[in-house]
Design a protein around this ligand. Structure first.
Ligand code: ARG
Length: 412
């Protein structure tokens, strides 16, 4: 039987050409796999038909939108994941769900190898291939752009020569990756990091400089995930989509950063993630009132490590799984409502309300009704500061003065 290769297919020029390119270079049959993670655009059926028209022996399409929202975006929300304190992992979380479908298709169609359209310079090749090695250790990987010299120019020439049913003239200067969690745009004039982004870079967000009237939205969470918006029950996918629309209209969630790729390159990327950024702002504040202090402090460390692992392509790794267990446990009481004001590029929390809140009015108030026993604060401070005081007394004994070197060095 002829060897088969499963190709991660987007429907665009490069992967359409890759179907024939891989077949010619390897002598294998190509099975195209397209996964809908909410990137919008053409219907799955159109994409499927194009794959077949470009020479795929089989085409497998999967509507993974709910799966992506529930099993990939929601864990990302629970960790408030922002790589380098800014990037909500848009592309990084879509690779594992696509990988899952690639491996399933390889098994279903009897393929020995999985192919993807990534270059040799980015994170995504790592995410795909580490994921494939983990979920289908028997599978080989190949990347035609990286391994079979499939350049953009050659792709255009190949598509025209073979009359592939795909647009070759629509020249987009940017490399774009998008899904329901957000949108990533790089290359072109953005590679000069002094250049500001122009209007045409954006698609999920309106210009925050010209906002419509403020939009106040109430988001209900249960155990860390949104379950209703303004009192209407929503699925995870619907919550993200509605907030993409409403926060996007206010220009919320535009991000412009130079980030550290796993492969050692610093690269400039523009992101738009209106729904994700609004949800993270709300979720963080709900955690502020529902997590116990030490749990919250430690969770920040876990969140950061989780985010780096996922950015680095370790979605299916043992450590990531163990951290998931911790995070899941912290979310038990992260339930309640957050009122957010979306306006002119900002998503600001205005109100919070929760049955499982740890905020105690009677402990916090400076007015009548104060239940906090202030007299116990003195003893607490004496003991809390005791070890530093004992150390300071030693300095007095040895040098005749307290150790103020930290202060002195600041004053110099
Ligand atoms: N730099 C981002 C990441 O590694 C996005 C990668 C894809 N970006 C793109 N514009 N094609 O997660």
């Amino acid at each position: 039987m002829t060897d088969r290769i499963v190709l991660a297919y987007s429907g665009g020029l490069d992967t359409s050409v890759a179907i024939g390119w891989i077949a010619e270079a390897t002598g294998s049959e190509v099975v195209a796999v397209a996964v809908d993670v909410g990137q919008g655009g053409e219907s799955l059926e159109t994409v499927r038909q194009r794959a077949l028209d470009c020479g795929a022996v089989e085409a497998y399409v999967a509507d993974a939108r709910d799966e992506f929202a529930e099993q990939y975006c929601m864990p990302t929300l629970k960790t408030n994941a922002l790589y380098m304190d800014a990037y909500p992992l848009v592309s990084a979380i879509s690779r594992p769900v696509i990988t899952k479908h690639l491996v399933a298709a390889a098994q279903q169609f009897g393929a020995s190898t999985v192919a993807h359209g990534c270059t040799g310079k980015g994170n995504d090749q790592v995410r795909f291939e580490v994921g494939i090695q983990t979920l289908g250790p028997e599978l080989k990987c190949i990347a035609p752009v990286r391994d079979l010299a499939l350049t953009r120019d050659k792709a255009i020439e190949y598509a025209e020569r073979n009359e592939l049913p795909i647009e070759t003239t629509k020249s987009n200067p940017f490399s774009i990756d998008q899904n329901v969690w957000g949108r990533a745009v790089e290359t072109g004039f953005l590679e000069d990091i002094w250049n500001g982004p122009t209007k045409d870079v954006y698609d999920y967000t309106e210009d925050p400089a010209f906002p419509p009237a403020p939009d106040v939205v109430t988001i209900t969470f249960e155990a860390g995930v949104p379950t209703a918006i303004d009192g209407r029950a929503v699925t995870a996918l619907e919550a993200i989509e509605e907030l993409n629309r409403r926060a996007g209209a206010q220009g919320v969630g535009r991000i412009d950063i130079v980030e550290d790729r796993l492969v050692g390159i610093k690269s400039r990327e523009i992101y738009e993630a209106p729904g994700a950024m609004a949800l993270i702002a709300a979720h963080k504040e709900l955690e502020n009132i529902t997590l116990e202090r030490e749990q919250a402090r430690f969770k920040k460390t876990v969140d950061q490590r989780w985010t780096e692992l996922v950015y680095d392509g370790q979605w299916f790794s043992p450590l990531k799984r163990s951290l998931d267990t911790f995070v899941e446990d912290t979310q038990r009481h992260v339930s309640g409502e957050i009122r957010l004001r979306l306006h002119a590029g900002t998503a600001v929390v205005e109100g919070r309300r929760s049955e499982t809140s740890l905020y105690d009015f009677n402990l916090a108030t400076y007015d009548t009704g104060d239940a906090f026993d202030q007299s116990s604060a003195r003893g607490f401070i004496d003991i809390f500061g005791l070890s530093a005081k004992v150390a300071s007394e030693r300095e007095q004994r040895l040098h005749g003065k307290p150790d103020l070197s930290a202060v002195d060095s600041l004053e110099q």
